[in-house]
Design a protein around this ligand. Sequence first.
Ligand code: GLC
Length: 747
Amino acid sequence: MKMKIITSAFLAMSLMACSEKSNINKDSDIESRVESLLSQMTMEEKLGQMNQLSPWDFEELAARVRKGEVGSILNVVNPEEINKIQKIAVEESRLGIPILVSRDVIHGYKTIFPIPLGQAATFNPQIAEDGARVAAIEASADGIRWTFAPMIDISRDPRWGRIAESCGEDPYLSSVMGAAMIKGYQGDSLNDPTAIAACAKHFVAYGAAEGGKDYNSTFIPERVLRNVYLPPFKAAVEAGCATFMTSFNDNDGVPSTANKFVLKDVLRDEWKYDGMVVTDWASAAEMINHGFCVDGKDAAEKSVNAGVDMEMVSETFIKNLKQSVEEKKVSMETIDNAVRNILRLKFRLGLFENPYVVTPQTVKYADAHLQIAKTAAEQSVILLKNDAQTLPFTDEVKTVAVVGPMADAPYEQMGTWVFDGEKEHTQTPLKAIREMYGDKVNVIFEQGLAYSRDKNVAGIAKAVNAARRADVVVCFVGEESILSGEAHSLANLDLQGAQSQLIKSLAATGKPVVTVVMAGRQLTISDEVEASDAVLYSFHPGTMGGPAIADILFGKVNPSGKTPVTFPRMTGQAPIYYAHNNTGRPANPTEMLIDEIPVEAGQTSVGCRSFYLDAGNSPLFPFGYGLSYTNFEYSDLKLASDKLTVDGEVNVSVNLKNAGKYDGTEVVQLYVQDKVGSVTRPVKELKAFQRVELKAGESKTVTFTLPVSDLAFWRYDMTYGVEPGDFKLWVGTNSAEGLSADFTVID
Ligand code: GLC
């Protein structure tokens, strides 16, 4: 989807404003322009570029900009204010270097898209790209040219609230979706006025916080870093991501903001990255809390010597590094390289030629944007259960009871990390069902509970009564927005408040119950799934979640979402993910569970395998799982050859049939197991997927061409490559089911 923005007279005016002040040759390429400008800068001006502020007072900000003490700002979103501050930078500071304006535009700016975890459930990178492009167009209309997204932390513990912002548990899916978001944010060229620089975050392994408790320490060894946590960031570099952000966590005792191994050895030396690295919010100064730095000066020195270019808000760089250079604790070369990376980004963004807002305000909530958001929401919804074809509603459904605290919760529906979306624009399921299907069915609405944490059960009776008067009940439950996102860890993943009681009370009426979950993470909903006839999981679907869910309930849209994370049966199973190692004692599917164990059972009579007596070993729903209104049949899996060389390709084909009566889309998934390795390998890993649309009754041969080199991993000797040997592959509808075939890679 391409959108061109008409430039304005403002653009013409700004073309002149910059060139005179900076005394640089506008026709030279960017590197020579960087060097030319750098050569004119004082030490104070260099440190000013490395300083990012989240300002409270405009006049104080203006004064510091005039003095060249500010390279970037975040959390200023008024275009007039931004143009004013930019004019001061360009016309009143000594060198006229424009300010880089940033904001957390995580899943939409005004038009809010499904949370990234929901976008990952689409297994559709085009959805992610289109959503990011819309966000960039809307955000740049307010003068924002840098977003702190995509967040591509591998997340395998739903107790961690930031799983909501991630693309889930799988390195391949996160790599594909993250790269697509970067492409959407940055567009075809960074100097397009609607392009905003992307930021790969949080570098690195932040999602492995011990216990799923945010900001907690991580203990990921280099081999697992390289095989699991780094790949999405490498993909971000290959996608041209303009910036990186360091993470809050200390990994194996080293805070990422001072981790030379990841910031220099990997990012710069191995990946040849030439973008800009920013700390997370005060993460430099917070190394004092970590007990890694004695004071701000120590924090500044360790950060820049490790490879950080810009400091977000804690101002240890600007306060200390001049002295650090004088004391030779930091080299001038280090400072200059950091400033080069910052100036290079500003040149690439075209800020010197085009520092002012030119995008018209009319782009916000444009119909085209809302339609793209609706499509994203539709494809993010996962059909987890559909007994007796409860869904979609047929013409026999004349009265629908709409119930639950999330049925008409415009703010909560947007999810976490929504600073600029406006709940007034949210279209809730209740609103949508009434407006879109109110002529087909009679809608009865009884909330039952006022909000997701509500323990007051007084309203449940009315909801039950509404259910009794209806042909079907749709109960919207889940999480308020505040319950996921940064710093919002949970030790218990059960539905909050009296939501579970509400669902069970509705089920007791004997009416068909459709449960729709809007949440920032996967929740432990075994009982509620059991009590419901059908279950839709929509994470937090954003502005257009209502119309999307309405069209799914009434069959205009056939759900196609797949779980981007593994759903645990009990919180205690976390962290839980499909690509786990087998261990020496893998569980059997038929392990005796706690209620089956006889009294005075002998010490070794149960298990001796790797599983939980109370929860077993299997998840509630595996990674990649999602049903359809139709049913897809897989047959005739074939390999062109089952003996491959390391430089060869695995050519796979499978027949897929839509054997049902609805047109639909299936996400066909390809997994591979490396049966024996120089180190233990996951039981399987996602290597490819395709969204395949088939009309009712239609069949198609789906093919994959997988380079054997994609089976490479970081081996025992810490070299990267494919190890010849026996492999197994599966092609199927999720990570737990599929047709399989064996093949061998020979030397
Ligand atoms: C926050 C987050 C980071 C965000 C930044 C700026 O603490 O960790 O993801 O981009 O600060 O808001």
